[in-house]
Each structure stands twice: as structure tokens, then as C-alpha cells.
Design a protein around this ligand. Structure first.
Ligand code: BGC
Length: 794
């Protein structure tokens, strides 16, 4: 049968494997454009976004835009900083969340306006003689170079470097260098902070989210201090405080005349000076953000003063060296090399870089579906974290994974409350959230996705097995596992109608094109795995950490009886299977529905969710994304290769990949069942999803799960890596399009380098004192710095 992805490519009149003309030229370590493209500017603003896991800044120009309406979405975000508004349901039902949370677009402090002899610089005026923008992923700096001639003929060269500091959570900096090329005269640089943030217009696209037009940030105060300017605002509903501050340094031959204005929510510092022909002035702006979520309200100002003072003392160049040093360490652990494919090489590095920029690292924030690059999905955190993003960090920077899991621990109380609202024991994690409360207003593709509980449990298990961090398991992870297992034991039931098997009814699996079903196979399999792991963890605590076991007995009333029920439920888990087809049924009724008529669905009707009522979709065998196929990957050792082939061949042609989370999982399973062409095609689509704007919505923010999924496609797909019984197993293959690839994996503090080319695989232990791994079922003992070569058998 023709594969779904090839069919869609054909419908879209695109051939697989051919990269469309590059939107951004292929460079291994940077992303650049040499022309300002107003029509696609919003997309470029996402792609050139900077962040440090706390501050996110879209790639907006300092001078703003004067083009057609909708040219730009000015965006500045702080991870975990939100406002909350009532959700209006024309027809409500009990237990629906009553208030939403939306990541706030905060005060824009990156504005720098320039006038040259009275003419304002912007890209829609005068003449542009040279333009280049470049994101340097080794240095962590966004560069812009513009040579501009004003309508009066004065020519200047402007070189702007922007960074959001990876070392200093609250700091961003812009260095603005201006050279007069053919005149002597007066220029003014005005550095502005604008607290009046325009909201995006509401659309019908459920992936964007709505909201009303009222401003969410209300001005409380704004002042000039001796060295800096600040503005204090409060969120309308959540009553959080935000303090944005900026300070400046300027180096020029003549002294600047300085003027400062406080004009409502727009405050500025102006620097007017006369320039000589050929002179270069250097202007640096430091920006800090602090909120009452990070520190006490009366410490906001001193926090800002301290950060700005530190930044000024170091200066832009020193901050830039620190940034480079940070990234040097990052790439040493994380880099993936692809030999012979510059497009994909660029794509995979860009994805790793953006993941670093967006993941919260403080244990109280997480990573939004679009990171800190745009407002799609309102900045919410989903299962994307544990199932897609966590593996990337677990095997490269486990400390980030730990922080992401700590967020779940920090919000366990809210998950307990949610389970109560749902008339259930234990804890139910929210499908989408910022501070731990459920935020999904459409429960069939929201709260019904209770599999999030099992996904979090799986993330904990993988993290502990890969790192050996038992301290996390016993102090935090176990409590999450037990409370979420309690939920399953209470919500599922031993069903006499199914011979006493344990059934889980009225849930939605990962595939959001099929909703509220009984016994979604993915959910039941993942819960089975979770219940076994919870049981094992309880036994581990009893035997090796009795003090923690007793603590949990007292604190959450853990009983011996419930632990045995978990094992019983796991043993008797019902997993729907169709004997005739020899495959797992996605759920109790899926296989009895009509198949979707793909042949008569034109390409412009995708994604289906924007073109058909949910019920029309629910009535058919059609998938938005990997569901059972995802379980084939996650619980790989439970299935034979033949099982995988049969199930994949059934579900793949029914899958639209309307969710960006889907192609990477299909790439992994294609590779496992030996279809390298299919694997490459799906990988190609995942790895450059945003750089080619494949889903045509990169403007709303980048697809974090797909980005992390592209890492999994190489490591777990082509590299065939699995962690079975705590042992790293590899089964590498080389797609014909590549000369070689290389990646690194951190396992319990030991760092392994895996290199694959046409001859075979080479495993090198870069850090650590000895590690046993498996290459295609054969055990290999790796000793430090002694490469082990395993040739491919022809
Ligand atoms: C997908 C979900 C995902 C969400 C956020 C939806 O389109 O169906 O699985 O969690 O996007 O990325």
C-alpha cells in the first residue's frame, strides 16, 4: 500500500526527498537571510527568536516595522508568566476549567530607534544597500548588518548584535554599532521600553487560542534611576508583578545629549550626538526582566539593579565570550553530525539550539509546545515534554530533564485536586497547563487524554534508568508514580464483560482524531508499564529506602493492598487485539469504523481539523498522529518485529500527520522495520519542519516536540538506540543519502560517541571508566578512549 506521507506529497505536487528551494540557505552552524522578506516576516521572527529558558524574544527588528498591517508579531515572553481569564462556555459542564492561563506577551524593551539628520531609519524608507541577518549557533548571538541610505542621501552602516544570556537568567543585551559613511551630522538613538502590548487577533484556529482585547499588563510605576530606567506592571487577573529595566552605555567621539521621557507605558532614553564622517559609535543596551513569581515584590528593583550593574561591568564583549563558552560546553555534549547533507545538518543543530533556548531549567517552569518563540497553544506545557523533549535532555543534559520533572512534582498538589474534580482518587495531571491547573477547554481532546499520567511516569522511568538518579526517584518521582497509579486503579475496572480484564473507559489516546473511546491500546499499554514500574518502585523503597516508604505511608496513606492491586491490574490489562488482521486495535471500536476517503480529500483540506467537524473525523478510521505506532516504539521490547511490521502497515496509511508530533515516530519505526527510505522521508519532514515551514504555521512559534523528535529519529531511528533493562542497545543503519552520522549519549555519567558510516559503526567511550552496551544484540564492553569498530555485514 502507498504510504500516507508519499500520498500527501503527491497530492501537494511535491516529490519526497527533494528539499524545496531553501527558505534559509544551508549553513552548518548558522541560519541567515540576505534579504528582508516582508511577506514572511512573521515566520522569520519565530525562526530568529532568542531565549534562555526564561526570557524569550522574537526576532523583531529594533526599529520596528512600517510595512503592511500584520507584518510582525512583536513578542517577548517570560517562561511561566501568565494571566488568567474566565473561559466562557456557552454550554458548560461540570468540571470544565473555569479560567484559562495564557503566557503573556510582556513589555517590549528591545526597541532602538535611529534618526539620521531627522530621517527615521526603517526598512521601508530610503534605500537598503546591504542587508544580512544571521543567527550564530556557536556564539548564541543574532547579528544584523544593514547599510542604509536615508531619503536625504545620508549613508550609514548599522551592525546590531543581540543576545539573551544563557548564563544570566534575567538578562538580555543589544549592541548597536553605527558608522557614518558619507556625511557629518546629527543622529539620535532612542532606546524605548513599551509596556502597551498589542494582542494578537483571535482566529478560528484552535492551535492559537483566543482571549479578549483588554490589556493584561497594567502600569503601576515607571522611573529613572541614576543608571537605569524601569517600569513596574501588574497582571490584570493573576496580580503578578513584572519589573522591566534597561540601562545603556555609549562610546563616541562627541558627548551625547541625553533626554529621558516617561510617557505612560512608553518610556525612553534618547541620545543625540554629532557624528563625523567615517566615525563609528557603539551603543549598548542591557535589559532585565524580574517578576514576583521569581522573587519577593520588594526585591524586584534591587534584583534589576544588580543584574544591570553586573552586565555593565562586564560589558557586551565579555558577556558574549561567556555565551560562547556556555555553548561550547553544550555542543560538546549535544552535537549531531550528518555527513553529506548540509540541509539536514543545519536542521538538526537548529532544533537542538532552539530546545536549549526554550526549556525552563528552574524546576518551576517547563517547556511550552512552541517554546518561547510565539503564542501558539498559549505557551502551554503538554505531554510533548515527557514523550518528545525529555529524551533529548535525558541523554545529553540530564540536569535539564530533572528540572522539567521537578516541575511535575511541584504541581502534584494541583494534579491531586484535578483528580478530585474528576471524582477520582490519586492525581490526574492536566493535559495543558502553565502552573499545574488544567487548561483544556475542549475535554474530548484535553482532559480525556489521561495518558498524560502514564507519559509522565514513563519519563520518570527513562530518566532514572538513564541517569541512575535514585535520589530523585525516592524523594519525588515515587510519589508522582504512586499518586498517578492510584488514579488508574480507581478509574479503570476489572470488567466482567471482558473476562475480568482491567479496562480503561472513556479516554482519548494520542490520536486526537479519535475521541472518548474504551480501551485505547496505547493508553492501556502505557498504564500497564506504569503500574509495573510503580509496583517495582514500591518494592525498591520497602527494601532499600524504608525511611522513604514509611514517609509515603504516612504522607499519602500508601498501603500494601493498593500496591498489589497495581500489579494485578497490570497483569490483567486488556489490550484490544484483532485476530483476523493480526494487529492491535486502536481501541474497542476503531476497526469497525469506515476508513477515511483519502483519495477524494484534496491537499487543501489538510489539516482535517480546520476543514471538518470533529464528529465527521471521529466517525472514521483516520489518525492525526502516531498512536499505537508510538507504543511500538516506547515499549519496543514487548513486540516482535513481525508485530511491528503488521501494525505499522495498517496504521501508517491511515495517518495524516496533521500533528507535527507524528512524522518523527513514523521515522523511528520505519527505520526499525528496515524501510530506510520511509524513515528518511519522515525524518526530512521533521527535521526541517520550521525551516521549510512545512506546517505553514511557524509564524505562531516553532514546533518543539517535532524538533526533539528529529533528535529521536536519528538516535532511536537510524541509530536504533533503545534502553532495555538499563542497557543501551544500538542497531545502526545508514540512509543511502548520507555519508555518515555521529551522535553522543550520556548514560549514568558515561559519555559514548557513536559514529556510523557505510563501513559500520564505531563506539567510543569519551567519558567514564567502562560501559557495557549492545550492538544488534551482541554485548560490547567499552573502555575509555578505545574505539570499538563493528563492520556492517554485507
Ligand atoms: C497534538 C498534541 C500535542 C499538541 C501540542 C496537538 O496538535 O495533537 O498531541 O500535544 O498539539 O503540541
Amino acid at each position: 500500500m502507498k504510504s500516507a506521507i508519499r500520498r500527501i506529497y503527491t497530492q501537494m505536487k511535491m516529490k519526497p526527498y527533494e528539499h524545496p528551494a531553501a527558505l534559509y540557505p544551508y549553513h552548518e552552524w548558522n541560519l541567515s537571510e540576505d534579504r528582508y522578506d516582508e511577506e514572511n516576516n512573521q515566520r522569520s521572527e519565530s525562526v530568529f527568536a532568542l531565549g534562555n529558558g526564561y526570557i524569550g524574544m522574537r526576532g523583531n527588528f529594533e526599529e520596528g516595522y512600517h510595512g503592511t498591517r500584520g507584518t510582525s508579531v512583536i513578542g517577548n515572553y517570560l517562561n511561566g508568566f501568565y494571566d488568567s481569564e474566565p473561559i466562557v462556555y456557552p454550554e458548560g459542564s461540570y468540571g470544565n476549567p473555569t479560567r484559562n492561563q495564557a503566557m503573556l506577551n510582556v513589555t517590549d524593551a528591545k526597541i532602538i530607534e535611529l534618526t539620521v539628520e531627522g530621517h527615521a531609519f526603517h526598512l521601508n524608507s530610503g534605500q537598503i544597500h546591504d542587508y544580512k541577518r544571521e543567527l550564530d549557533m556557536k556564539k548564541g548571538i543574532l547579528h544584523r548588518l544593514v547599510e542604509w541610505e536615508s531619503p536625504a542621501g545620508h549613508r550609514v552602516r548599522i551592525r546590531i548584535r543581540r543576545m539573551v544570556s544563557l548564563q544570566h537568567k534575567h538578562l538580555a543585551a543589544i549592541d548597536y554599532e553605527l558608522t557614518a559613511l558619507n556625511f557629518e551630522g546629527e543622529i539620535t538613538l532612542t532606546s524605548i521600553m513599551n509596556g502597551e502590548v498589542a494582542k494578537q487577533e483571535a482566529t478560528d484556529d484552535p492551535r492559537l487560542g483566543g482571549g479578549n482585547a483588554e490589556p493584561n499588563l497594567l502600569l503601576e510605576d515607571a522611573r529613572h534611576e541614576e543608571h537605569f530606567i524601569w517600569m513596574k506592571q501588574r497582571t490584570r487577573h493573576t496580580q503578578f508583578t513584572l519589573l522591566t529595566a534597561m540601562s545603556h552605555t555609549i562610546q563616541s567621539v562627541s558627548d551625547a545629549q541625553i533626554s529621558e521621557t516617561l510617557d505612560g507605558e512608553r518610556i525612553s532614553a534618547g541620545f543625540t550626538l554629532s557624528m563625523r564622517n567615517g566615525e563609528t559609535i557603539s551603543f549598548t543596551k542591557y535589559i532585565s526582566y524580574h517578576t514576583s513569581k521569581d522573587c519577593a515584590e520588594d526585591e524586584l528593583l534591587s534584583g534589576a539593579a544588580e543584574v544591570l550593574r553586573m552586565a555593565e561591568q562586564r560589558g557586551f564583549e565579555e558577556l558574549a565570550s561567556e555565551q560562547q563558552a556556555f555553548l561550547h560546553k553544550f555542543w560538546n555534549r549535544v552535537d549531531i553530525e550528518i555527513g553529506g547533507d548540509p540541509a539536514l545538518q543545519q536542521g538538526i543543530r537548529f532544533n537542538a539550539y532552539q530546545l536549549l533556548q526554550s526549556a525552563g531549567r528552574d524546576g518551576v517552569t517547563n517547556i511550552g509546545a512552541k517554546g518561547l518563540t510565539g503564542e501558539g497553544y498559549e505557551g502551554h506545557y503538554f505531554w510533548d515534554t515527557e514523550m518528545y523533549i525529555l529524551p533529548f535532555f535525558t541523554y545529553t543534559q540530564p540536569e535539564v530533564s530533572k528540572a522539567l520533572l521537578e516541575f511535575r512534582y511541584a504541581t502534584l498538589g494541583k494534579a491531586r485536586e484535578r483528580a478530585q474534580v474528576m471524582s477520582q482518587k490519586g492525581a490526574l495531571y492536566p493535559w495543558r497547563t502553565i502552573d499545574g491547573e488544567e487548561n483544556s477547554a475542549y475535554f474530548p481532546a484535553g482532559t480525556a487524554q489521561a495518558h498524560i499520567n502514564a507519559d509522565i511516569a514513563y519519563g520518570i522511568k527513562q530518566y532514572v534508568q538513564a541517569t541512575g538518579d535514585y535520589d530523585f526517584l525516592v524523594t519525588k518521582g515515587a510519589e508522582i508514580l504512586f499518586e498517578t497509579s492510584r488514579f488508574w486503579a480507581d478509574m479503570g475496572h476489572f470488567n466482567p464483560a471482558k473476562g475480568g480484564s482491567f479496562c480503561i473507559d472513556a479516554v482519548t489516546g494520542p490520536d486526537e482524531y479519535t475521541a472518548i473511546v474504551n480501551n485505547n491500546a496505547y493508553t492501556n499499554l502505557m498504564v500497564q508499564d506504569q503500574l509495573c514500574y510503580s509496583y517495582e518502585t514500591a518494592r525498591l523503597l520497602q527494601e532499600q529506602y524504608p525511611h522513604h516508604y514509611e514517609r509515603l505511608q504516612q504522607e499519602i496513606g500508601l498501603t500494601e493492598r493498593e500496591i498489589s492491586v497495581w500489579l494485578d491490574a497490570a497483569n490483567k490489562m486488556f489490550v484490544p487485539f484483532d485476530e483476523k488482521l493480526g494487529i492491535y486495535a486502536q481501541d474497542d471500536t476503531f476497526l469497525s469504523k469506515q476508513k477515511w476517503d483519502f483519495d477524494n480529500t484534496p491537499a487543501d483540506k489538510y489539516p482535517l481539523l480546520l476543514n471538518f467537524h470533529p464528529l465527521v473525523i471521529y466517525r472514521h478510521q483516520v489518525l492525526k498522529q502516531a498512536d499505537l505506532v508510538m507504543a511500538l516504539f516506547l515499549l519496543g521490547e514487548w513486540f516482535t518485529l513481525e508485530d511491528k511490521v503488521r501494525n505499522y502497515n495498517y496504521y501508517e496509511p491511515l495517518t495524516t500527520h496533521d500533528s507535527s508530533l507524528s512524522p518523527c515516530i513514523h521515522s523511528i519505526i520505519s527505520a526499525e522495520i528496515g524501510d530506510l527510505e520511509g524513515a528518511y522521508s519522515y525524518f526530512d519532514r521533521t527535521v526541517r519542519m520550521d525551516l521549510e515551514d512545512i506546517n505553514r504555521n511557524a509564524k505562531d512559534g516553532l514546533h518543539m516536540a517535532a524538533m526533539a523528535g528529529s533528535w529521536m529519529s536519528i538516535v532511536n531511528g537510524f541509530g536504533g538506540m533503545r534502553l532495555y533493562d538499563g542497557v543501551l542497545c544500538f542497531s545502526p543503519a545508514l540512509p543511502r543519502q548520507w555519508e555518515s552520522y555521529r551522535f553522543k549519549i550520556l548514560n549514568r555519567g558515561q559519555l559514548v560517541d557513536v559514529f556510523v558510516d557505510g563501513q559500520g559503526a564505531v563506539y567510543t567511550l569519551l567519558e567514564g571508566d567502562g560501559l557495557e552496551i549492545k550492538h544488534r544484540d551482541h554485548p560490547l564492553l567499552l573502555s575509555p578512549q578505545a574505539p570499538v569498530r563493528v563492520p556492517f555485514v554485507k
